[in-house]
Design a protein around this ligand. Structure first.
Ligand code: FAD
Length: 479
């Protein structure tokens, strides 16, 4: 078959949106190459003991001034969503050795955390005020300025809930200016809906894909989507690109859009020939790919509190982030007897490297502290390993302190005929599926502009800076 105009690498949210945007603008000779055996990427629903659970994206945000496309699609499809009520945690924080913290103590600690959070928001706004473009600080530094840095197990788990639970990295490494305020909530609302539907979060993406790819029922069958195609090499020149996959196939195109995670770009899975210029490599290497892991456990019966105001419970340990945040699914999946615990960052990496049975032992020790020694062993445990997975190398990106906005422009800047998208390239909703959604559209639109008028082929609207950077770069292949 003739060469497509554009090859899109990756069929996650951003790759599918990029492809759809190209298709809708009339560029229909495209080819999507996806390493896995299905589309979705970090939107990944699986069956767990007769229930659909989400290994990746789970929550959609709604109720705010700006409408959220993903939330709208979920509503249109009548997907079952449940408003997460975090208000209950004041009554549900367990001490390291067991027993609940008294409610008034937790309420006081939560109030401090809330005030600290508001301080961080207003401090961040002041740092970024027009005309006062002050240096960035980490979230931790702004907590120090507030004079109340969390140090007790209780304060630490609450702080974890406020920050790490969103960013998947601790306040010490997270950029204040580029993380707070959290625009996904300002724009889309403060209601977080937990999606729990037998069709899975995936059905949102399949719905989008079906609008431009041929399909049979819920399965996409289109010549322009090739699954199980692991891209290993991208050759690029002034005249075009050549993409090689692990199975020995070679594809030619005029342009390529790379939608893989920044974690994958940091690895050596895909070799670029010639090497990417140094400014690009640095922009990739200096960004953070965080790790956020939900471990699911199914028990023969339930031994945790259920009913109203019990959905979330926290475990406060002297080691910050030690199996800290727990959720049961009694509302979403009555009688399922499924619990899951969320871990992040170094703990998630440490845990991933253990065999399942070892992780289960650790988890059982924690559960026994909370609920006593008489609890049953789980019938099954499900442990996603996002960090080890060579097609992801983590869960979502996080903006580290010291990473400038200029660097971030370079992260999404094309290199010759190679364009980049993916959640990590869209700063406003960084990390979220919404970022991937808009990143795909933005990058495709940029490429469309270039295909129509050559003068737009380099640089976003920041032409001059970027061009100067290119010229300074000794490794620039086009220099
Ligand atoms: C555990 C977890 C929880 C999350 N929770 C939420 C949440 O509640 N709400 C929310 O909004 N977001 C959440 N996210 C984030 C959200 O899932 C991502 O931001 C979004 O799905 C990323 O889409 P993407 O297209 O940028 O990347 P991806 O989904 O990673 O798509 C890239 C695709 O490229 C493929 N690929 C990689 N390497 C190659 C190669 N060499 N050749 C060919 N194909 C390749 C991958 O298989 C993948 O399909 C979560 C993510 C994780 C992991």
């Amino acid at each position: 078959s003739p060469s497509p105009t554009v090859i899109i690498i990756g069929a996650g949210m951003s790759g599918i949106l990029a492809a759809k945007t190209l298709h809708d603008s009339g560029i229909q000779d495209i080819l999507i190459l996806e390493a896995n055996s299905k589309i979705g990427g970090r939107i990944h629903s699986v069956q767990f003991r007769g229930h659909t659970v989400e290994l990746g994206a789970n929550w959609v945000i709604g109720g705010g001034p700006r409408s959220n496309h993903l939330y709208e699609i979920a509503s249109k499809l009548n997907l079952k969503t449940y408003l997460s009520d975090y208000g209950n945690i004041s009554a549900n924080i367990y001490k390291q050795e067991g027993g609940l913290y008294p409610k008034h103590i937790v309420s006081a600690a939560l109030e401090v955390a809330e005030t600290r959070d508001q301080f961080c928001t207003s401090f961040s706004t002041r740092l970024s005020a027009p005309g006062h473009d002050r240096d960035d600080v980490s979230i931790l530094v702004s907590q120090r300025l507030f004079k109340k840095v969390p140090t007790t197990p209780l304060d630490m788990v609450i702080d974890y809930f406020y920050n790490d639970y969103e960013d998947a990295e601790p306040p010490r490494v997270t950029s204040l200016k580029n993380t707070i305020p959290r625009y996904e909530f300002l724009d889309f609302g403060d209601q977080t809906y937990f999606l729990a539907d037998s069709r899975g979060f995936e059905s949102i993406l399949i719905y989008i894909a079906k609008q431009f790819l041929s399909h049979k029922h819920e399965v996409i069958r289109d010549q322009r989507l090739k699954l199980n195609k692991v891209v290993r090499e991208i050759n690029y020149s002034k005249s075009g690109v050549q993409v090689k996959t692990e199975d020995g196939s070679v594809y030619q195109a005029k342009y390529v859009i790379v939608s893989v995670s920044v974690g994958v770009l940091q690895s050596d899975l895909i070799v670029f020939k010639p090497h990417l210029p140094q400014w690009k490599t640095q922009a990739i290497y200096e960004f953070d790919m965080a790790v956020y892991t939900k471990i699911f456990l199914r028990f023969p019966y339930k031994f945790w509190p259920s009913g109203p105001e019990t959905e979330f419970f926290l475990y406060a340990h002297e080691k910050r982030g030690y199996y800290p945040i727990w959720q049961h699914l009694e509302t979403e999946m009555p009688g399922s007897n499924i619990l899951f615990v969320t871990v992040t960052d170094e703990e998630a990496k440490r845990i991933e490297q253990q065999p399942d049975i070892k992780i289960q032992e650790e988890i059982m020790d924690v559960l026994k502290k909370m609920f006593g020694n008489d609890i049953p062993e789980p019938e099954e445990i499900l442990i996603p390993r996002w960090w080890s997975n060579r097609f992801f190398k983590g869960s979502f990106s996080n903006w580290p302190i010291g990473y400038s906005q200029r660097r971030h422009m370079q992260l999404k800047e094309p290199v010759g005929r190679i364009y980049f998208c993916g959640e990590h390239t869209y700063s406003r909703y960084l990390g979220y599926a919404d970022a991937a959604y808009f990143a795909g559209i933005e990058t495709a639109n940029h490429l469309i502009k270039c295909l129509k008028h050559e003068k737009y082929c380099n640089g976003y609207d920041r032409h001059s800076t970027i061009e100067r950077l290119h010229n300074e770069d000794p490794y620039d292949p086009d220099a």
